[in-house]
Write a protein that binds this ligand. Sequence first.
Ligand code: NAD
Ligand code: MG
Length: 394
Amino acid sequence: MALTCRQAVPARRRVTILGSTGSIGCNTLDLLERRPEAYSVEALTANRNVALLAEQARRVKPRTAVIADPQKYASLKEYLDGSGLTAAAGAQALVEAARQPADWVMAAIVGAAGLAPTLAAIQRGAVIALANKECLISAGPVMTAEIKKHGATLLPVDSEHNAIFQVFDFDRVDAIDRIVLTASGGPFLRHDKAAIAKATPEQAVAHPNWKMGAKISVDSATLMNKGLEVIEAAHLFPIPHERIEVVVHPQSVVHSLVGYIDGSLLAQLGPLDMRVPIAYTLGWPDRMHAPTQRIDLADIGQLTFETPDTDRFPALSIARQALRTGAGAPTIMSAANEVAVDAFLAGRTGFLDIVRVVEGALDKVPHLPLDNLEDVADLDAQARATANEIIEQT
Ligand code: NAD
Ligand code: MG
């Protein structure tokens, strides 16, 4: 099932950025602010970083600036005093912001917290640039049903899925026989098991290639990120999940590939800059100029590829198993992983415990099917409670 349809694009797009203060959000604003004649901003949202949200709002003048943490509302109002901009706060205000009539919405909140506002944008048939992979993993069947029902358009921002999207012939799906996701391998690619066991949060977030938010950086270190991306690809592209392969490619120059029945393998290559996939979604269906480096292949010299080591990085196998199991297994896995990564970043648990907590939650929480959003929320809450119990028992 293709998750896109060709919608008419207005000359000047109104955009909303959910999660504007994060790594993806800031990169999106960087591109937008270079083309004020082509884009205007409807709403910006953030979790707690009031100072940055207010600074961004004063620059691009959205109709609304929303802070998720209600305790920061007074502070946001103070920062915006005299600007004439509207401030709002709380989880419901995030959903309202997504309902505002933007043509294009960047879904860049991290974790399941992004699900409700992203769905609100889907339900009014918007074009959504999806960075937040956790909401698709957690609520995949519910989200894809809503996308179809409301005629929304989902454009993948994750660099691998964006690469596939660029070379996937949706009109000749029968001619496609596989997808190959590339993985950098993360900061511990060459570490042995003993060294990985001692990994600190500082080492885990120091990604060799990309500068990203803390959660996705830890996911890249465990390779859970690639596991989440296999599930993400299974929802985004009409291909059986057994035909989604993963290959480690430490240079991260080839962002992913699509294999065709004649043996051709089409790839998208690009610099290590998330503004490339973001620009693709922002300009879509056209291309926009992006101030990104042009890669020099002779300068790079060598591109290498290797099989992922699921013995040292079991998260990839766990995610594949969750995808095979189906029902609520990916929901449980993603929620438990969020809790475990938070605990690891806070120094409450070790690096190897992340996978142990995820496996424990998948073992203990019943894998119920997901018919609606309430089912997703219930299962997510159960998985979080179980993950916390496992961490406390350690
Ligand atoms: P980040 O931590 O830098 O930013 C997250 C944003 O979400 C911030 O604006 C924050 O204020 C907001 N936020 C966090 N918790 C929230 C909550 N409870 N309620 C409302 N808002 C909340 O993360 P990021 O690296 O920009 O990643 C964002 C998403 O994009 C993630 O799902 C990640 O997996 C995905 N992604 C990121 C990259 C990357 O290069 N950074 C690449 C591919 C995919
Ligand atoms: Mg990715």
